[in-house]
Design a protein around this ligand. Structure first.
Ligand SMILES: [Zn+2]
Ligand SMILES: [Zn+2]
Length: 411
């Protein structure tokens, strides 16, 4: 009988290149010290590169550049033995160098870092696809070229953000360095980052889903104005003679060649909203998209400024167990006639979703309080139109304002 150990070295080498990740590689090397370990020692780099390629995909060269920058200047800079100028020049050198993958410095620890970050990038691609390519699918449906452009933008972005670690106090100098680095990229590559940037600057949605990944800290940081990205972009567009309109027009096609359902209308108002529609496939994303006070602002009359009810509703909406999808379904399922036949399988625009809140939030809240065994006070005569509820806490607390007004001209 043929033994595993009789397999030719080429086959063993090939098996190693197909391993799914570096954890598996370590496990295999540990358990097969004689065979696999020896094979690995012959071609460590090509095996590591193949596994990394399987994880990262065709954007791997950009991932390696980002990692070289992350590993390179920062520690030296931190030790205070280098000048800012050298740090930027070296980063620029890494960016412009067009080396073949097989000639790159590529260690197992670099590969490990890259694959961890790649996992986050793939998840972000899912989110990007869900928000910009196809609102009905929570998994990426980007075509291979679209996916490549998205991933390349993410690695470029990662390279920029890892330079944020640098202890550079002078903002002006930092911006100059960033422009220098960004200038090495083609207009197409820069436009890709331009598309990804606002997506990352809306971190609620990103953080909501990916809060446990370390990369989010960087994205959050960008949101807080840490990177002078906009100024750097402006400087480069000016140099490349690209007007604001041109940048906007070209950015639309920078990553995506097409958008699924971009001509779909809102089921209620019939206007075309495409990707800006919310329905059964993407409603959970509203949680990051729509601040919860938008919901309470839809309460009728002066109820949105009542001193007691909106804070209680907000508390509920911001609770960890709150699910916006279920909330909207509950609004739609309410047994009441509010003049329009809402359908939970339909897609609605932002404005129509707010119309749903306007029509039904008050009734839903009464139902929630009743379910919780709340003892309602006497109805205020002026109901939700009462003005006193907005400035007298005792009045707002004592009387019920969730009712219809029974008298006009609120006091
Ligand atoms: Zn609408
Ligand atoms: Zn009142």
């Amino acid at each position: 009988m043929k033994m595993f150990s009789d397999l030719p070295i080429d086959i063993l080498d090939r098996i190693l290149t197909f391993l799914p990740d570096f954890k598996t590689l370590s496990a295999v090397l540990r358990t097969s010290k004689h065979h696999f370990y020896q094979v690995f020692q012959v071609h460590p780099k090509s095996i590591v590169l193949s596994i990394a390629y399987g994880i990262v995909g065709p954007s791997l060269p950009y991932a390696i550049k980002a990692q070289l920058i992350a590993d390179g200047p920062s520690p030296i800079r931190r030790a205070g033995t280098d000048t800012d100028d050298n740090v930027w020049s070296r980063s620029v050198a890494v960016f412009v160098e067009d080396r073949d993958l097989k000639d790159c410095v590529f260690t197992r620890s670099m590969a490990q870092c890259i694959s961890e970050q790649a996992a986050a990038h793939w998840e972000l691609e899912d989110l990007f696809s869900h928000r910009h390519k196809d609102r009905t699918s929570s998994k990426s449906v980007l075509t291979p070229p679209e996916s490549f452009r998205f991933q390349r933008a993410m690695w470029h972005f990662a390279a920029f953000t890892c330079l944020c670690d640098l202890d550079i106090d002078d903002q002006e100098e930092y911006e100059k360095g960033l422009v220098k680095l960004m200038t090495t990229l083609s207009t197409e590559e820069l436009l890709e980052i331009n598309v990804v940037k606002p997506f990352l600057e809306r971190p609620q949605a990103v953080l909501q889903s990916y809060k446990d990944l370390d990369v989010t800290e960087a994205y959050d940081w960008v949101d807080h104005g840490g990177l002078p990205f906009s100024d750097a972009f402006d400087a480069i567009w000016l140099k490349r003679k690209l007007s604001e309109e041109k940048v906007k027009e070209k950015s639309e096609k920078a990553i995506l060649d097409s958008v699924n359902g971009d001509k779909d209308p809102c089921a209620k108002c019939n206007q075309v909203f495409g990707m800006k529609l919310w329905g059964p496939g993407n409603r959970e994303l509203l949680q990051g998209h729509q601040p919860s006070n938008v919901v309470t602002r839809c309460l009728p009359g002066n109820l949105s400024r009542n001193l007691v009810e909106p804070p209680l509703i907000l508390q509920k909406l911001r609770d960890q167990t709150f699910e916006i999808n279920r909330f909207i379904e509950e609004l739609i399922d309410l047994d009441c006639d509010t003049g329009y036949n809402w359908d939970k399988n339909e897609w609605y625009c932002d404005e129509c979703i707010q119309e749903l809140y306007k029509q039904r939030l008050r009734l839903w809240w009464i139902g929630q309080k009743t379910k919780d065994g709340h003892q309602f006070g006497d109805d205020c005569w002026y109901g939700y139109n009462c003005r006193t509820q907005t400035h007298k806490f005792a009045h707002a607390q004592r009387l019920n304002h969730l009712c219809e007004p029974t008298r006009g001209d609120p006091a």
